[in-house]
Design a binder for this molecule. Structure first.
Ligand SMILES: [Mg+2]
Length: 309
């Protein structure tokens, strides 16, 4: 059995405020030794994830902008499988060469950001709320709102497929309105424009009709194909060769958690778990943030893995 781990970044693998991985580094090291891919799955854009991949010393595939695109390091077995699956399923696939020469096979579900930014203005008027998109914010404002170091804050603005935003004033101005309630108001207006809206730890995200969950399903399909090919048999039940786990802390992680065998909801710094996420098999960590990440991942190693083969 091959274990795959999909993980959210902020508030899960990294501390929500300090952006430090803390004890999660030791669990990442255990994954590396055991040959378990840790696949970052985030609302962040590729430029920002690439900074983190270097810091965390990861060379695995990654998923950006809430499922808009999956990047597989070119030439790996799973990248070859992604290319083949994309051709048979008519997925958008291309080869992307980064500035530093690193090459990826990219599966794309996202839509161009310019149209998303334009739609955000229309949706705000329709719902009767005042919003501020990240493209309107200065670097100083982004640094202040996120607490990110300046190089990562700059990378955070290099989006291609989505627009994060905050709501300055809700409809009717009836005092505080819950963020999940706002989401329910925004969603139909987004859907009418062929878009979707997700709720992350800090921002709302307007984007194409994809989610972290749709991307995880595609990535799992690619790994299934790669593994069944390398085991030399197409006849075996491919799903039985994989064990999937996902870790997240916010409402936009719901679809990702629902798409795996072992979903883990990470406790937040205020002691709560994200509201609105509840289904059978969901594990809620005792510990907060990266400490909870460590707890869940090391727990997975104590189970059947890696004895099953
Ligand atoms: Mg998070």
């Amino acid at each position: 059995m091959q274990l795959l781990i999909f993980t959210d970044i902020d508030g899960s693998l990294l501390d929500f405020d300090s952006y430090k991985p803390g004890p999660a580094v030791r669990a990442l090291e255990a994954c590396r030794r055991a040959g378990v891919p840790v696949i970052l799955c985030t609302s962040k854009p590729s430029a920002e994830v690439r900074v983190l991949r270097t810091i965390l010393d990861l060379d695995t595939p990654y998923i950006v902008e809430n499922g808009a695109a999956i990047f597989f390091p070119a030439g790996t077995g799973v990248a070859v499988a992604a290319q083949q699956l994309a051709e048979s399923k008519k997925w958008d696939v291309s080869t992307i060469e980064m500035e530093d020469g690193e090459t990826f096979t990219r599966l794309l579900s996202g839509v161009a950001r310019a149209g998303v930014v334009e739609a955000l203005g229309e949706i705000a008027r329709e719902v009767g709320m005042e919003v501020r998109g990240i493209s309107e914010m200065t670097m100083a404002e982004i640094t202040e709102r996120t607490g990110l170091p300046s190089d990562q804050a700059r990378a955070a603005t290099m989006r291609e497929f989505s627009e994060p935003f905050i709501v300055l004033k809700g409809p009717g101005d009836e005092g505080r309105i819950e963020r999940t309630e706002l989401l329910e108001l925004i969603r139909p207006a987004a859907e009418r424009r062929g878009l979707a809206c997700a709720l992350g730890g800090r921002f709302f995200h307007l984007q194409g009709r994809h989610s972290k969950g749709t991307a995880v399903e595609r990535a799992v399909a690619c790994y299934s194909r790669a593994i069944s090919h390398s085991s030399g048999s197409d006849a075996v039940d491919q799903k039985s060769l994989l064990r999937t786990m996902a870790l997240g802390d916010a409402y936009n992680d719901l679809e990702m958690l629902a798409a795996v065998d072992e979903p883990v909801l990470i406790r937040r710094p205020d002691g709560t778990h994200a509201e609105g996420i509840a289904f059978p098999g969901l594990v809620r960590t005792e510990c907060v943030g990266p400490q909870g990440w460590f707890e869940a991942v090391m727990g997975a190693f104590e189970g059947e893995y890696p004895s099953g083969d």
